[in-house]
Ligand binder design. Structure first.
Ligand code: ADP
Ligand code: MG
Length: 632
């Protein structure tokens, strides 16, 4: 048999390697930024066109490359950063594999200009798909400028696989921010399609965080500081009251390298235990310094995961340090982080909602006996009770003559077990509703057709038996179809705000909002000036209240980031879904007869009443036969 094994040609091997290193424009940005930092740059400029699909250029003022190095840098496994295998365990640089430039040059048009200091002329190299087309001397500033054009020009399948410009740009911004946060002393600028997105001056860490995430961030940060033999911790956590519901800014840097670590994230979350509002996530910018010999960053090709020798110790230290910081800045009620856990809120009370106090009315009380004169020895609370009931009693006649049971109204508003207490008031409302609808029969029919169970389900009769509706999911469906209609038909009603709302957003959020602006306007939002990181909102949809606006938008941004929408269809859909999700009435909310009836009717007027926009069952039915079977 003839020999059939042969070595792959270099350009093929490089393309294969590129698959691992270069997944999308953002990977190129990351590699090039890291090279500039390893080269000792003090100022780095990133220029991007069409979300990196047309151009990614990085200009640095670092040490540059000699003529030979410039040529060598595109060879695979060509690196100036390690020489022996031992160096791998003592890394102080970002790069070490010597693969990035070779991989990038295999799948793009690359143009390099570089000059070390002390040399008069620089080198200029052009490479297309691993083939060198040009190498000449050139006049250029000290440092390196590397342009990557038409990424994946020779691998159409990968090029087509790229997401929309918005999505790719978001990934680029993420990488840019991570690198910029890790190196506050270096100044960075970033441009996209001629527009300046970031201008970050050299400064300290706090200034860098504020420059990226907006002026208001300053007051939200709590410093974290600890030094032990095996670990130095620095950085900031965000005060619990500013934590975000669905997405937090969570940044870990280990030896100035951004990493993801669910384990350490858990340590931080544990330190916030009991301080975060329900479902909120801690935000943090934490910088760990460890001996490079105690970590292994080689386990993941994109190097965002890391393995520590002594994870447990790090966990414990991180947790107690953050607890201590939160305590020192009087954020936790107890200053000592070694506090007695006996003193903590019992677990089972932690997640319970606040119980609204009930007003108790003593109907047998006679106000003319000792009104407001506490007897000697009578406790204060008793005195107050006496006073209140007396007050109620005095108005009893008036209530009756007007037919308005105000005592019962109070009870209804504060109570949860419905049926009993609120029945009377419901029919009051139903009656008004019926009159407004000029339907004299409505009163009877309404009273009889819907009930609320455990403040979560609406029960109603249908011809064949009964139907049980999940109120939250049903309302989601109703709102979803309504928003979808408004966005596509573009005929929503807006309420003007007397004082425009100003909200601050990060650059990423801002980019997203710009994309969504039209869709949001179609639902009834009116935008005023949008500048810097501030968005002014002058009008809102009639279906929401002013205080709900930040929540709705935050939910929306988070949904969009997670769903990674590609087409305008899915964006409209996400917008409608997300708004429906944040605005739908929740389980646990009392609904009066009129609202119940309205919800049931609206649900069954929907195009797809049986599923919530998230695909969950909205109602179940039970037929008369099924009931009969149960009674057998
Ligand atoms: P690595 O960073 O893993 O060494 P790269 O392929 O990213 O591998 O780069 C190869 C080499 O090219 C680097 O080791 C470095 O010597 C040189 N190099 C790359 N970018 C720059 C730059 N911006 N300035 C100076 N030298 C650079
Ligand atoms: Mg590199």
């Amino acid at each position: 048999m003839a020999d059939i094994i042969k070595l792959l040609p270099d350009h093929v091997a490089n393309q294969i390697a590129a698959g691992e290193v270069v997944q999308r424009p953002a990977s190129v940005v990351k590699e090039l930024l890291e090279n500039a930092i390893d080269a000792g740059a003090t100022s780095i400029k990133l220029i991007v066109k069409d979300a990196g699909k047309t151009l990614i250029q990085i200009i640095d003022d670092g040490k540059g490359m000699s003529d030979t190095d410039a040529r060598m840098s595109f060879e695979r496994h060509a690196t100036s950063k390690i020489t022996t295998a031992d160096d791998l365990f003592n890394l102080n640089t970002k790069g070490f594999r010597g693969e990035a430039l070779a991989s990038i040059a295999a799948v793009a048009h690359v143009d390099l200009k570089t000059r070390p200091s002390g040399v008069e002329v620089g080198s200029h190299i052009e490479i297309e798909g691993s083939t060198i087309n040009l190498q000449e001397v050139c006049a250029c500033p000290k440092g390196t400028s590397l342009s990557v054009k038409n990424l994946f020009f020779n691998i159409p399948a990968r090029r087509n696989f790229l997401k929309s410009n918005n999505v790719e740009l978001r990934h680029i911004i993420d990488e840019f921010q991570r690198v910029a946060l890790a190196h506050p002393a270096i100044s960075f600028t970033m441009y996209h399609n001629e527009g300046e997105l970031f201008r970050l001056h050299s400064g300290n860490l706090k200034q860098r965080i504020v420059a990226i995430f907006g002026g208001k961030t300053n007051e939200k940060l709590v410093p974290v500081q600890e030094e032990t033999d095996i670990l130095t911790i620095g950085g900031f956590v965000v005060k619990p009251e500013f934590s975000k519901k669905t997405r937090g800014e969570q940044f870990f840097f280990v030896n100035d390298r951004f990493i993801k670590s669910p384990y350490l994230n858990h340590a931080v979350t544990a330190a916030f235990d009991g301080l975060l509002p329900d479902k909120a996530r801690a935000s943090y910018f934490l910088y760990l310094k460890v001996d490079p010999r105690t970590i292994d960053i080689n386990i993941h090709p994109t190097k965002t995961e890391i393995k520590f020798d002594d994870e447990h110790a790090l966990y414990a230290m991180l947790r107690s340090t953050i607890k201590h910081s939160l305590g020192q800045f009087s954020i936790t009620p107890v200053l000592d982080f070694n506090r007695d856990s006996e003193l903590d809120t019992p677990y089972e009370y932690k997640n319970k909602g606040v119980v609204t106090p009930k007003i108790e009315v003593d109907r047998t009380f006679n106000p003319f006996e000792n009104v407001g004169v506490p007897k000697r020895g009578v406790q204060r609370s008793e005195f107050e009770k006496v006073d209140t009931s007396g007050w109620e009693k005095m108005y009893e006649g008036i209530q009756q003559s007007h037919g308005i049971a105000s005592t019962i109204t109070i009870e209804k508003e504060v109570s949860t077990p419905d049926m009993f207490e609120s029945g009377m008031n419901d029919s009051e409302e139903d009656f008004a509703f019926a009159k407004a609808n000029k339907n004299p029969d409505a009163q009877q029919s309404l009273e009889a057709t819907t009930y609320q169970l455990t403040n979560k389900y609406i029960v109603s009769t249908i011809k064949s038996g009964m139907v049980v509706i999940d109120q939250h999911r049903a309302h989601q469906r109703v709102l979803y179809e309504e928003f979808l209609r408004n966005i596509t038909v573009k005929e929503s009603v807006s309420q003007q705000l007397l004082f425009p709302l100003t909200l601050t957003y990060t650059t990423t959020e801002f980019e997203l909002l710009e994309e969504l602006k039209e869709g949001l306007e179609n639902t009834g939002f009116l935008f005023g000036t949008i500048s810097g990181d501030i968005v002014e909102i002058c009008g809102i949809p009639t279906s929401i209240t002013e205080s709900q606006v930040p929540v709705v938008i935050e939910q929306l941004l988070s949904d969009l980031e997670n769903e990674v929408p590609d087409s305008s269809f899915s964006q409209t859909d996400t917008l409608a879904k997300s708004m429906a999700k944040s605005l739908a009435i929740r389980g646990g909310e009392y609904l009066n007869a009129r609202s119940r009836e309205h919800l049931v009717n609206s649900l069954f007027a929907c195009k797809e009443p049986n599923r919530s926009p998230l695909g969950k069952t909205t109602f179940i039915t039970m037929t008369g036969e099924e009931l009969e079977r149960k009674f057998k």
